[in-house]
Design a protein around this ligand. Structure first.
Ligand SMILES: Nc1ncnc2c1ncn2[C@@H]1O[C@H](COP(=O)(O)OP(=O)(O)OP(=O)(O)O)[C@@H](O)[C@H]1O
Ligand SMILES: [Mg+2]
Length: 263
């Protein structure tokens, strides 16, 4: 019991320190160091390294099957790597704690939503799991309105369009005011208004000292949105750095194919 209490105090003290921005190591909001992952004995990720700093929107690029989703699943605790030297989110070792989940917002590549619930019911359920304690009803109303879902907030999800479902999935990401968001193909199916909203919410997160990791094939969006990128090719990180540096005077699309071509 005393051990549990001490663990609780220590954990929240660490979080307090991180919120204050003290201690250089916590400026690394996401760290993946030398990670490999297999499915049924077949290596999908061979050597991935990613470092996302505080205040950074970081793009994760790579061709189909490169290993982006596999890497992201490890970061949010859905898959276990075969080997990794460091796997940390918000300074917390992903393999030994699940408490970091309250601080992150995660959008899966294929979000699964409960057909039989309404957006309001689903968001309320998730808000409780994510410990949104104060003004719960107001928060849900605000999120529904923010994502343009007020008119469909009380319809069952199965009746909604693809883009509206993506809006619900994104509302779940930002619901509990996460410090770090990890988004796997967030812009698929979203209209320009939805895309603009996501970009605005990402800016708010990074302006308040958070960070974002986004996998996307939309290179023009990545070019405008991200300060840094990591490119994964055939399960390996082949380059990482500032968009400006990597572009080296070219468009991001040209630079991407040139880097992949030389890998
Ligand atoms: N559940 C699974 N079982 C077996 N192999 C898998 C599974 N999921 C992914 N893979 C394999 O792992 C490799 C990496 O897949 P991953 O989904 O991480 O790629 P990705 O970069 O996200 O691709 P995309 O751009 O198409 O989403 C691929 O070879 C893929 O076929
Ligand atoms: Mg993927």
């Amino acid at each position: 019991m005393i051990g549990e209490v001490l663990r609780f105090i220590l954990f929240h003290y660490c979080i307090f320190i991180q919120h204050r921005g003290m201690g250089g190591e916590f400026d690394n909001m996401i760290v993946v160091k030398n990670m490999s992952v297999s499915y049924n004995g077949v290596k999908a990720v061979k050597r991935v390294d990613i470092m996302v700093g505080r205040g950074e929107i970081h793009g994760l690029l790579g061709l189909n099957g490169a290993g982006k989703t596999t890497t992201i699943k490890c970061l949010v605790g859905l898959l276990k790597p075969d080997y990794v030297e460091e796997l940390k989110v918000f300074g917390i070792n992903v393999l030994s704690s699940i408490e970091y989940r309250d601080f992150i917002g995660y959008l899966p590549e294929y979000p699964s939503l409960p057909d039989y619930l309404t957006p309001r019911e689903f968001l309320t359920y998730l808000a409780k799991i994510r410990h949104v304690k104060t003004k719960l009803k107001e928060r849900i109303d605000y999120m529904l309105s923010l994502f343009g879902l007020d008119e469909v907030g009380d319809k069952i999800i199965v009746e909604l369009s693809k883009g509206l479902k993506q809006r619900i999935a994104l509302a779940t990401v930002f619901l509990h005011e996460p410090r770090i968001v990890i988004l796997d193909e967030p812009f698929i199916g979203l209209d320009p208004e939805g895309q603009m909203l996501v970009k605005r919410l990402l800016s708010e997160i990074i302006n308040s000292g958070g960070a974002a990791l986004i996998s996307s094939h939309m290179l023009d969006t990545v070019e405008r949105l991200c300060g840094k990128i990591t490119i994964i090719h055939k399960g390996r990180t082949i380059t990482s750095g500032s968009v400006k540096e990597l572009k080296n005077g070219k468009t991001l699309e040209e630079a991407f194919f040139s880097i992949i071509g030389h890998a």
